[in-house]
Write a protein that binds this ligand. Structure first.
Ligand code: TXA
Ligand code: MG
Length: 327
């Protein structure tokens, strides 16, 4: 078989055609190049094992471009798993979750769990998107060989065994993704990578590292998601910025402004949760406002209440809730 190396739109179109026909395609990611097939097509997936000479008992990772695909592939997703998804995806991480019935058994080598990864590489995401199906992919090397970080590495190792390599430059991370099993009581790192145990511990509280050692968040009370609402939240440092942000978000989702009476009076037609005038009122109302906001809206723009007296404490909570996002 002839192995083509193509770039750009032609590469994506040709790749899509091959995937739709149940063939394999090598594509770039920021970690290493992958060898992909339609993850929902069992016979296409079996071609990956043949092309790589990979033992059938070694499961594959399923690649997605959009977080909504996770619910198609996995079930029983814990709040810890959601926090990892929110904080590190897209990126160089693979999460292991309980698999759904949609995933053919040869993808997971018969396991009841599935590894899911959402690459950040632009070409990878465009490729997965255009294929309109999750893509099962191990690294694009023959079994036991070194993982490829350029199209040339893939070509040298796999020419004649696969029809297409999509060019995407050198992989910028350069080693395979961190794999974290989120089905265990304490999440477990199965393979170390660019997302470290410390980074995961700060979000999860605790993780078992691949060495077996348990890594605890440096300051558990400061876990990133500790005070966070379930929707995105930003802090606006002045009224103009807040109103502009509101208007630009309003076409995509339902935003709300959490602010003092003074800002509220200038917000016009916009949805507002007024937390009052004086600092005690703001303090008393802030958590209630966040609860209402997450229940009734999709995006929170919260006023920066400054750092005088009690406002310093209020802003400590607000900044945690927004993950430090300021506009
Ligand atoms: O960065 C990466 O992860 C690259 C790119 C292409 O995404 N992929 C990659 O795939 O390194 P691969 O197949 O070379 O390594 C995947 C590893 C294997 O060691 C496999 O055993 C493990 O992930 N794995 C996959 N699914 C698993 C599961 N459900 N439970 C435990 N381990 C799993
Ligand atoms: Mg590999």
């Amino acid at each position: 078989m002839e192995t083509n190396v193509l770039e750009g739109k032609i590469a994506l179109e040709e790749g899509k055609k091959l995937i739709k026909n149940g063939e394999v395609v090598a594509f770039p990611t920021e970690t290493v190049y992958g060898l992909g097939a339609d993850a929902l097509n069992e016979s296409a997936v079996s071609k990956i094992f043949v092309a790589k000479g990979r033992p059938n008992d070694n499961p594959l990772i399923v690649h997605i471009w959009n977080k909504s695909q996770i619910d198609q592939l996995a079930k029983n997703i814990s709040s810890g798993a959601r926090a990892v998804i929110d904080n590190f995806m897209p990126g160089p991480i693979t999460i292991v979750l309980k698999k759904s019935d949609n995933v053919p058994p040869n993808v997971t080598a018969g396991l009841d769990t599935v590894g899911i990864r959402m690459p950040e590489h632009k070409v990878a995401r465009e490729f997965i998107k255009i294929c309109d199906t999750p893509i099962a992919a191990p690294s694009a090397n023959t079994s036991t060989h070194i993982s490829p970080t350029s199209s040339k590495h893939v070509y040298d190792d796999m020419k004649g065994r696969i029809p297409l390599i999509i060019e995407g430059g050198d992989s910028q991370v350069g080693i395979e993704s961190t794999i974290v099993d989120l089905t265990t009581d304490i999440p477990t790192i199965l393979r170390p990578g660019a997302i470290t145990a410390e980074m995961l511990a700060n979000v999860l509280g605790k993780v078992t590292n691949f060495t077996g050692e348990v890594v605890v968040a440096k300051a558990p009370g400061m876990k990133y998601k500790h005070y966070a609402p379930t929707c995105d939240m930003v802090v606006a440092t002045n009224l103009d910025v807040a109103l502009n942000e509101y208007d630009s978000q309003a076409s995509k989702c339902r935003p709300v402004l959490i602010c003092t009476a003074k800002w509220a009076s200038q917000a016009g037609y916009r949805n507002v949760i007024n937390v009052g005038d004086d600092e005690r009122e703001v303090c008393r109302n802030i958590y209630g406002a966040m609860h209402t906001a997450q229940d009734e809206y999709e995006y929170i723009i919260c006023q920066d209440f400054g750092n005088n007296g009690i406002m310093l404490s209020v802003m400590n909570r607000v900044n945690k809730a927004s993950g430090g996002k300021k506009i």
